[in-house]
Design a protein around this ligand. Structure first.
Ligand SMILES: [Zn+2]
Length: 359
């Protein structure tokens, strides 16, 4: 799950990963669900599951006690008593390639998918100055620690040669030069892109192989669009259809009776933007990207009043636009288990955890 939806792409205030259970305790029978409820825990117990994988975290705000006096800690206690672990992938799965919005787009038959708003806060640039002849070793160590990945390319680095100068102090044990004397050395400026969450790890790795006693490293925040993480997805329908025909498609594919829609869009629908769950923040982005329709959930009353011209907005429900990820998680874990020859059985919960009913 971490390879697919790395935790560093989660929102800062989110709480993802293992929520209940021991990290070294093997799981063999997995139930996948959008939400953790009493019914889901009952189901896990009756099906002898030892791991629940959920999209929505059970523990979101810090717990001050685990006594069962509140609904969250009661569920935590029930899981712990039955030795059922809980793992959650939330906004990191929203932001992942083939994550929630990709699943929603595919369910609506969209193709040619790309992120609507690639994340811009996930990457950093690491620059390190290396004496000539040591560049490869340092670069390889940085790459092995997770730096230098651009799309499908690994070990991406840039080097430029120059001259570095330094005066070793009396207590220094310099790699070259003499304490007290100003020295200059032929050095290479080596730069690599790196996920921000991996920066400390990469810096430790490069220090381990760098010959200098004091390593000069610069870490820059960069505003690059991350090609592997973003919010929302935009894609294309094979054939344009009327807004009402598209609305019927959404209803049938998401199996929902309730759909809210508005907007001045009357043009035929071809380009469609989607964001599973609460995606109202992306309305302007969807319009800028040329979407005819934007499908999301949790739209507030006043938002409907101020839609960009030409855009039709559809609110298809939070649960409905996100439950599409559950079978995708099941398939992903099954494929991974096959690949690693692990004996893992993975099942989709049979429960509808949506607390909202459409009458
Ligand atoms: Zn959600």
């Amino acid at each position: 799950m971490d390879d697919w939806a790395p935790r560093w792409t989660a929102w800062e205030r989110d709480n993802v990963g293992l929520q209940v259970g021991r990290a070294d305790h093997p799981g063999r029978r997995v139930r996948v669900t959008l939400d953790v409820t009493d019914d889901v825990v009952d189901e896990a117990i009756s099906r002898r599951a030892d791991l629940i994988v959920s999209h929505h975290p059970l523990i979101f705000r810090p717990l001050s006690s685990v006594t069962g006096a509140d609904p969250v800690s009661r569920l935590v206690l029930r899981l712990a008593e039955r030795q059922i672990a809980l793992f959650s992938a939330h906004t990191n799965l929203d932001a992942a390639r083939d994550g929630v919005s990709f699943a929603l787009a595919r369910r609506l038959d969209l193709t040619d998918l790309r992120f609507l708003a690639p994340l811009r806060t996930t990457l950093a640039k690491i620059v390190v100055f290396v004496p000539a002849g040591h560049t490869e070793r340092v670069r390889d160590a940085m790459a092995a620690a997770g730096a230098g990945v651009i799309g499908a390319y690994e070990n991406c680095a840039f080097t430029s040669s120059g001259s570095g100068s330094f005066r070793p102090g009396p207590d220094a044990a310099p790699f070259t030069g003499t304490p007290g004397r100003l020295e200059s050395a032929e050095e290479v400026r080596l730069e690599m892109i790196c996920p921000r969450a991996r920066v400390d790890h990469v810096v430790r790795a490069l220090r381990d192989v760098h010959p200098y006693e004091e390593v000069a490293v610069d870490i820059y925040d960069v505003q690059n669009r991350d090609p592997n993480a973003g919010m929302g997805v935009i894609g294309t329908l094979a054939r344009a259809e009327s807004p009402s025909a598209f609305a019927r498609r959404v209803k049938s594919r998401l199996d929902t009776r309730l759909l809210r829609m508005a907007g001045t869009g009357t043009r035929r629908v071809r380009r469609v933007a989607v964001c599973g769950g609460s995606g109202s923040d992306l309305i302007a982005e969807a319009s800028r990207a040329g979407a005819d329709v934007f499908v999301t959930a949790d739209v507030r009353y006043h938002t409907w009043h101020h839609l960009p011209p030409g855009l039709t907005l559809i609110d298809a429900g939070h649960w409905e636009t996100e439950q599409v990820i559950v079978p995708v998680i099941v398939q992903h874990l099954q494929a991974m288990a096959r690949q690693q020859r692990a004996s893992l059985s993975v099942f989709h919960t049979e429960l509808i955890t949506n607390p909202v009913r459409s009458l």
